[in-house]
Design a protein around this ligand. Structure first.
Ligand SMILES: *[C@@H]1O[C@H](CO)[C@@H](O)[C@H](O)[C@H]1NC(C)=O
Ligand SMILES: *[C@@H]1O[C@H](CO)[C@@H](O)[C@H](O)[C@H]1NC(C)=O
Ligand SMILES: *[C@@H]1O[C@H](CO)[C@@H](O)[C@H](O)[C@H]1NC(C)=O
Ligand SMILES: *[C@@H]1O[C@H](CO)[C@@H](O)[C@H](O)[C@H]1NC(C)=O
Length: 313
């Protein structure tokens, strides 16, 4: 009996190794760019000028993509070439100016390229987390609409809107996960500013570009937009931090690590990478090898920050 199962397994494995039907033309080797950011934390400044916390790299990789870091201060031509080679971009959280920093200016360049590509029928997704979310609102509104909506070191359930039910972001969520998301504190918040629901809904540019998928209440009682998705464009923003649920463990912070918190983080990473599979951009083999994050080593930073490891550039 055991032998027969073994034989069956071998047979199955052989079948697996045979060429698969071609099916859809999805890109199963997606590469996601993560934009580096100027180091603002004085504790991290001795290590380098720009950085990406490893948690964001792990997050994207866990969804089934590879990562390339995108350095700031390259020429427009260099950035355009990178854009034509990657299948999506992630804007990290952090603390730099949303209009004048190199991070913001470079993000704006990719944002405009992504708008153009999507308009021309070439899907190109963007994910913004925390500051990255805020940056997307500035790009779309053409102005900084942030106000004090402090929710720092606190985990909350999302107050999901009716639009969440018909969203792309949550379409693949099992019903019990959506329920957990709206009842359990699965979303870690670490921000001082945000866009209030009132301002968001009252701004023609924002409300025509994005659907609000969730809101939350700040410490001062202000209701801020916590999750949004482009109506037409595959652009997604979360004011909270899905990556911490699986990839940050500092006991000094309140990171959600429950079973459902981990599942939430996995579902969203896979969702975003799946969006990237629709993009056919690619590097040449040689350029890809040189660009991938595997060429860099993260630095141990758990003794000086809330990040266990950080890549510096
Ligand atoms: C980018 O270049 C400007 C001008 O040379 C410089 O002031 C700035 O520090 C550079 N930023 C980064 C992140 O390297
Ligand atoms: C959730 O949002 C709805 C609609 O904006 C509001 O009436 C309700 O009070 C909110 N609930 C919480 C817990 O914030
Ligand atoms: C964050 O919250 C946790 C748990 O409530 C607490 O132990 C910790 O001191 C807080 N950290 C900061 C930086 O506020
Ligand atoms: C943090 O840890 C690293 C690696 O062990 C060490 O080189 C560094 O000196 C430590 N920094 C502080 C401020 O303790």
């Amino acid at each position: 009996m055991r032998l027969r199962i073994a034989a069956l397994l071998v047979a199955v494995m052989c079948v697996d190794a045979a060429p698969l039907p071609r099916g859809e033309t999805l890109n199963d080797r997606p590469v996601i760019g993560i934009l580096t950011q100027e180091v603002s934390d004085p504790n991290l400044q001795p290590y380098g000028g720009t950085y990406i916390p490893s948690s964001y790299v792990n997050y994207v990789e866990s969804g089934g993509a590879r990562v390339i870091p995108i350095r700031l201060n390259q020429t427009r031509e260099e950035h355009e070439k990178i854009f034509r080679s990657i299948n999506g971009i992630l804007f990290i959280g952090g603390a730099v100016d949303l209009e004048t920093s190199d991070f913001a200016r470079t993000a704006g360049l990719y944002f405009r390229l992504a708008i153009k590509a999507n308009d021309e029928g070439e899907p190109f997704p963007i994910w913004g987390t925390c500051l990255g979310f805020q940056l997307l609102t500035v790009q779309v509104a053409g102005q900084n609409l942030l106000s004090k909506t402090m929710a720092y070191n606190i985990s909350m359930p999302l107050n999901l809107t009716s639009e969440a039910q018909s969203s792309r972001m949550f379409a693949g969520f099992p019903p019990e996960m959506l329920k957990a998301l709206s009842e359990e504190p699965l979303t870690g918040n670490f921000h001082h500013y945000g866009v209030t629901e009132q301002v968001f809904v009252g701004n023609k540019r924002l409300n025509s570009f994005f659907n609000v998928l969730s809101t939350n209440k700040a410490e001062n009682g202000a209701v801020f937009v916590s999750t949004m998705e482009g109506k037409k464009y595959p652009f997604y923003g979360v004011q909270w931090h899905p990556e911490v649920n699986r990839f940050q463990w500092s006991p000094q912070y309140s990171f959600p690590h429950s079973k459902n918190a981990v599942r939430l983080s996995s579902l969203l990473a896979e969702f975003f990478v799946n969006e990237g599979r629709r993009s056919s951009h690619h590097f040449s083999q040689q350029e890809e090898s040189r660009a991938l994050i595997y060429n860099y080593n993260p630095v141990y930073t758990a003794n000086v920050s809330g990040y266990e490891q950080v890549y510096f550039f």
